[in-house]
Design a protein around this ligand. Structure first.
Ligand code: FAD
Length: 315
């Protein structure tokens, strides 16, 4: 299906950045199509978000629901929300841009806001892909309760790793956190609090080398980087928290990306390397990635692109 309408704007993504972009586009009467695989953000799995400004504490699921309702309330017939497909390509077509998704549908617009966020970095060692959902997991709040009374490992020594360990300590018999460097990246307060827990231990300078098991995970082989010694931890759950990668594959032939694939932007305006394209949130090369920042980026982008689009409408 090809949508023959020339829109003012295509927004790619329906997380905090995409939804903020959608709300602002509606209020500025920019005819928009918003294409999102799912209307929600990465923090949907969080049990409690305590820094979304204006709300003291909210679960990730409730925040996603509230953002969806906000967009629904203002989109009228100005923002056409299409959920459920992945965008596969973004190309320039003369003065305009053409975006295609997995169902083969194509959309054209004067301007594009890329707000496609990021996805979890996968553990790339033998056994990790084979045992995904059979003991290897990327979501403590979704799967943690399944490991009540079990010995589990967490891979990653950043805030996400320690947050995951904290959640798991409520259910698991023991939690072993595996971190490849000599210093944890998580906030020192969180680290010292958690390491006091009797069921928690952390291995520094240690990397995972293999996930083992039969039908389900029965062990994680780790290697001490200083001594070269390998040990099998007898765990039945492996929770992976080793960062995220930007969802920017569809834009790689058009836009300048950094070495990890983040869309390069001018932080004053959110303009990407090609005139007519803006980017916001976790898909960008901005230093800090948070819900408030993603939404703010998109607001900045819409303010900037509004005038740009208005001058092109009359051409
Ligand atoms: C477990 C966890 C807890 C967190 N807790 C907090 C917290 O407490 N406070 C905080 O401020 N931040 C938190 N964060 C970070 C925060 O979630 C992100 O900074 C924020 O979600 C970024 O928003 P975004 O809109 O840029 O991207 P995302 O939230 O990643 O949204 C991306 C959107 O794009 C869509 N998409 C992706 N690829 C495509 C494609 N090809 N085609 C179409 N659609 C696509 C997705 O379906 C989604 O709608 C947390 C993150 C995680 C993982």
């Amino acid at each position: 299906m090809t949508d023959t309408k020339l829109h003012d704007l295509i927004i790619i993504g329906g997380g905090p950045a995409g939804i903020a972009g959608g709300v602002y586009a509606a209020r500025k009467q920019l005819s928009t199509v918003l294409l999102a695989q799912e209307l929600s953000g990465q923090s949907i799995v969080s049990e409690g978000i305590e820094n979304w400004i204006g709300i003291i504490k909210i679960s990730g699921a409730d925040l996603a629901k509230a953002m969806r309702a906000h967009l629904e309330a203002y989109k009228r017939d100005i923002v056409d929300v299409r959920e459920g497909e992945r965008v596969t390509s973004l190309v320039r077509e003369g003065e305009h841009f053409r975006v295609t998704n997995t169902s083969g549908a194509a959309f054209t617009a004067r301007a594009v806001l890329v707000a496609s966020g990021a996805s979890r970095r996968k553990l790339d060692i033998p056994g990790a892909a084979h045992f995904e959902h059979k003991g290897v997991t990327y979501c403590a709040s979704c799967d943690g309760p399944l490991y009540a009374g079990a010995d589990v490992a967490v891979i990653g020594g950043g805030n996400a790793g320690f947050e995951t360990a904290a959640q798991l300590l409520a259910y698991a018999k023991s939690v072993t956190l595996v971190h490849r460097s000599s210093e944890f990246r998580a906030d020192p307060v969180t680290v010292s609090q958690l390491l006091k827990h009797p069921n928690m231990r952390a291995l520094k300078n240690t990397e995972p080398v293999e996930v083992r098991g039969d039908q389900f995970v029965s062990g994680l082989v780790v290697k001490n980087k200083e001594t070269g010694e390998t040990t099998e931890l007898p765990v039945t759950g492996v929770f992976v928290e080793i960062g995220v990668l930007p969802n920017s594959d569809f834009a790689k032939d058009l836009l300048a990306l950094d070495t990890t694939g983040h869309v390069k932007v001018d932080p004053r305006t959110q303009r990407a390397s090609v005139e007519g394209v803006w980017a916001a949130g976790d898909c960008t090369d901005e230093l800090y990635h948070q819900n408030n920042i993603a939404a703010g980026d998109a607001v900045k982008a819409i303010e900037d692109l509004y005038h740009w689009v208005a001058t092109r409408r009359s051409r």
